[in-house]
Design a protein around this ligand. Structure first.
Ligand code: CR6
Length: 839
């Protein structure tokens, strides 16, 4: 309040309030002004990158004005806010999203056209904001879009990595990682040099008694790193609401820059210290579904949690409400266990700094947090070593032990004498060294825990959190099936399909209420509609074929069946099953005569995805795909019948080109391992069918679109344990078809067989943990069925259209409404009437 312009002076301000452009001419004048002044370029020096910059800055101005009003409006509304804590946000590009969400793409396109630029070229100048690994990070980005679109008062809290996920290059069929320095020109962020938080590390705990003889603890000493806020506006679609994503960047604390060293001539030493502080937010850890327990990662987690909580608490304190109102004002969602330290941190703030009693504080903590689990795989569950936490965060370790003590006493009362239960559910794992089980801490410190698809939410209740269901009852655990934003994944990625749908449904309402898509089923027999739908798919395939030609040099036939698997490379996702299937197909083609070959449907097998830099098996899979491509693509016997492509550097902006171009996409994880998957939803929404296992959201997709519209295969989650057991005890036989594939690999038909021995041996000799052999036959047969079905183009088209019509459930808008109602208890805040972008 102290910093606001006094009432009598406000008229002068209001007279000068900047206006938002509404027409092509107004837009162009803003863009040109930015090119000339903000970017200092001229009529004679304006390339595509400058034109992109000017366009982005003109849109940024617009977003900022709505953003300011939204923040003001949400503050006065004084309702409960949501804070989404995620260590990953895979945002992709922002310009097209800003143009579409403000409904101003047309004028901008025309304006830039007058200067001789094509909007697609300008859009592709932007670097992806790639602050994430895969589905988890992209989910967070979709949620931000949905929360803004539905007017929820919500903030995302992120870490501002200097380097996002690495850029992948393929050299001689091997992945090479190149650093992604994305901040050279980022018009979408605002440095808030005045919004900083000092974050403490190391040091020790001092206990002391106050005048009443009560004991207190205080964390003292150690070192300080400063957190600086950078804000990014998040525009909703067809609403004036523009929310905030706040990213924290680390820098040396000004008091910490060692003037002693500096003055005594050790200039380099003092600069080295500042660099050490900056490393905290330097780089995103490039592992998907894998925990490596590195100290710097723990520092990142605490740095970001502590800065965010400080910010949230500061905002709450401005309301001057009593502490017991905290959880009526604040909901914090933990995206996986990465932000779990927020739990002991809030408890610390409340008891050590604000002076609340333990139990009063703990009730606030539990009512504030919700925790989303994204995996049941052991290697992905975070467990931090106790000595490491002791060293870095001594007070937090004490608090974690106290939380554990209280919890175990509660369990002991409920289940007297069950020693084994106590051992199983303890936050502290009695290993050497001891480790803190972050998922258990997250469950204990939250009021709701959710999985991300029905099967997954059931599985967590019977596996990793089984005991906790006994302890707390089943109501603490719930399901929110993942979703995707139809704005980016339909309207932006597939504009022609979006327009076609709009023409049939009488407008773009479906982009805000995706269930309206069901009305498309009325048009499934409409000839003109069918033809247009098919043409759009073909055009999207042509666009991808061009991209393939430009990036790999290989020509593919757009009339062939495009079979796509793009996602992180992981053994559980089974790209190896896919490439073995491709080899099987290749061997079959080689064995055919000309007549038989004529009957075959031409295929293009397309792969894409990054392997974590230290994940050798995943890198081997990439190498095999590339080598198979080299052989198959150059075999004159094969011609158009089969092409194998590995697309370099799969990311969000490439996904926008790839997703609309599939006939079939692959979601073939070992049953029970893929918590949800979200690209499955994107592909079906864009009129592609899928082949998949009964895993994650595939199951609910099947329920929605009907089992005749999906190609399911393979063993079920409930059979996995027994099958694995059989492998270990020799009670199985390697699949015949797969043996032939291995023979071909071992004969060196795809280059040096030694390169692939670990991959083959993992299946033949080491237990085939992901059950590739068990599912191979049904996988290949299902692909034969796909070939047959594709020959009947009319029936295929009906399946595609019907599926699109039935995908309404998978909007991230639906997810966010479920979180808001079941977990957060928050309501939307309507934007003020005078805000412009309103619908
Ligand atoms: N790797 C799951 O594996 C899910 C997303 C988002 C994942 C994936 O099935 O769709 O989360 N899990 O819920 C983790 O990252 C731990 C993922 O992206």
């Amino acid at each position: 309040a102290e910093s606001s312009i006094p009432e009598p002076q406000r008229a002068a301000w209001k007279k000068n309030t900047p206006q938002e452009f509404q027409t092509k001419d107004e837009f162009l004048s803003e863009a040109v002004r930015h090119i000339e002044t903000t970017l200092a370029r001229s009529l004679f020096n304006c390339d595509e990158s400058a034109a992109y910059g000017g366009t982005a800055l003109a849109f940024r101005d617009r977003l900022v004005m709505e953003w300011n009003k939204t923040q003001q409006n949400q503050t006065t509304a004084d309702q409960k806010r949501v804070y989404y804590l995620s260590l990953e946000f895979l945002m992709g590009r922002a310009l097209d999203n800003a143009m579409l969400n403000t409904n101003m793409k047309g004028p901008a396109k025309d304006g830039m056209g007058e200067l001789g630029f094509r909007m697609e070229d300008l859009i592709s100048q932007e670097r992806d904001a790639a602050l994430g690994n895969g589905g988890l990070g992209r989910l967070a980005a979709c949620f931000l879009d949905s929360m803004a679109t539905m007017n929820y008062p919500a903030w995302g809290y992120a870490l501002r990595y200097k380097y996002g996920i690495f850029k992948q290059e393929i050299h001689d069929g091997y992945q090479v990682e190149v650093p992604d320095y994305w901040l050279d020109f980022n018009p979408w962020e605002f440095a808030r040099h005045d919004v900083t938080v000092n974050i403490q590390f190391y040091g020790g705990v001092r206990t002391y008694q106050d005048d009443n003889g009560k004991t207190h603890s205080s964390w003292e000493g150690g070192e300080i790193v400063e957190a600086v806020a950078f804000d990014v506006p998040i525009p909703g679609y067809g609403t004036a609401t523009t929310n905030n994503m706040r990213m924290w960047s680390s820098k040396a604390h000004s008091g910490e820059f060692d003037f002693q060293k500096f003055n005594s001539g050790d200039y380099e030493g003092s600069v080295a210290d500042t660099q050490r502080a900056e490393t905290v937010s330097a780089v995103l850890y490039p592992n998907d579904n894998l925990d490596r327990g590195k100290e710097l990662r723990l520092k990142q987690q605490y740095f970001w949690c502590a800065a965010s909580l400080h910010d949230i608490v500061r905002r709450f304190k401005k309301t001057r409400k009593p502490w017991k109102e905290f959880s009526n004002n604040v909901a914090i969602q933990l995206n996986d266990t990465h932000p779990t330290l927020a739990i002991p941190e809030l408890q610390r703030i409340l008891i050590d700094i604000e002076g609340l009693e333990w139990s009063e504080a703990w009730e606030i903590v539990q009512n504030t947090f919700g925790y989303t689990n994204h995996t049941v795989m052991q290697e992905a569950l975070e467990k931090w070593s106790v000595p490491l936490i002791q060293h870095l965060l001594p007070r937090h370790l004490q608090i974690i032990y106290d939380i554990n003590l209280n919890f175990l006493q509660y369990v002991e009362k409920k289940f007297p004498k069950d020693r084994d239960m106590l051992r199983r559910v303890s936050i502290i794992e009695e290993s050497e060294p001891k480790r803190v089980r972050m998922a258990f801490l997250a469950v204990i410190g939250s009021h709701k825990v959710n999985g991300v698809a029905e099967l997954h939410s059931d599985l967590i209740k019977t596996t990793i959190f089984k005991d906790f269901v006994q302890i707390y009852g089943p109501d603490k655990f719930t399901n929110v099936t993942n979703g995707i934003t139809p704005r980016r994944w339909l309207h932006q990625a597939n504009p022609r399909l979006s327009e076609l749908i709009a023409s049939k449904l009488g407008g773009h309402e479906f982009l805000k209420d995706l269930t309206l898509l069901n009305k498309l089923e009325n048009h499934v027999d409409d000839k003109a509609f069918r033809k247009e739908f098919q043409e759009i798919k073909y055009a999207n395939k042509v666009r991808l074929a061009k991209h393939i030609k430009n990036t790999t040099g290989v020509s593919v036939n757009p009339a062939a069946l495009f079979d796509i698997q793009v996602k992180r490379i992981h053994e559980y996702k089974r790209q190896q099953l896919n490439i073995f299937g491709v080899i099987h197909r290749y061997l079959a083609i080689k064995a055919m005569n000309a007549e038989e070959r004529k009957k075959l449907a031409p295929r293009v097998s397309i792969f894409g995805g990054k392997a974590a830099p230290g994940y050798w098996m995943a890198k081997t899979v990439i190498h095999l795909i590339c080598k198979v491509g080299d052989v198959v693509n150059n075999d004159p016997d094969v011609g158009d019948l089969l092409k194998v492509i590995f697309l370099e550097d799969y990311n969000v902006s490439k996904a926008e080109i790839i997703t609309p171009a599939s006939d079939i996409s692959e979601h073939i994880s070992t049953a029970g391992t893929e918590a949800s998957g979200t690209s499955n939803m994107k592909f079906v929404l864009n009129g592609g069918l899928i082949i998949g296992t009964c895993d994650g959201a595939n199951i609910e997709i099947t329920r929605e679109i009907g089992d005749s519209n999906i190609f399911l295969f393979g063993n079920l989650a409930e059979d996995v344990e027994e099958l694995r057991h059989n492998h270990l005890y020799g009670k199985y036989e390697l699949d015949d078809g797969l043996r032939k594939v291995f023979d071909a690999i071992q004969a060196g038909r795809f280059g040096d067989a030694n390169q692939f021995s670990a991959l083959v041996n993992g299946i033949v000799d080491h237990g085939d943990y992901y059950l590739v052999s068990d599912d191979f036959n049904s996988y290949c047969k299902t692909h034969d069925l796909i070939d047959e079905s594709y020959k009947n183009q009319e029936e295929w088209l009906t399946k595609c259209i019907t599926s699109v019509a039935r995908m309404g459930f998978f909007s991230s808008d639906r997810c966010i409404d479920e979180y808001a109602e079941m977990i957060w208890n928050v309501e939307p805040v309507k934007p003020k009437a005078e805000q412009v972008n309103g619908g």
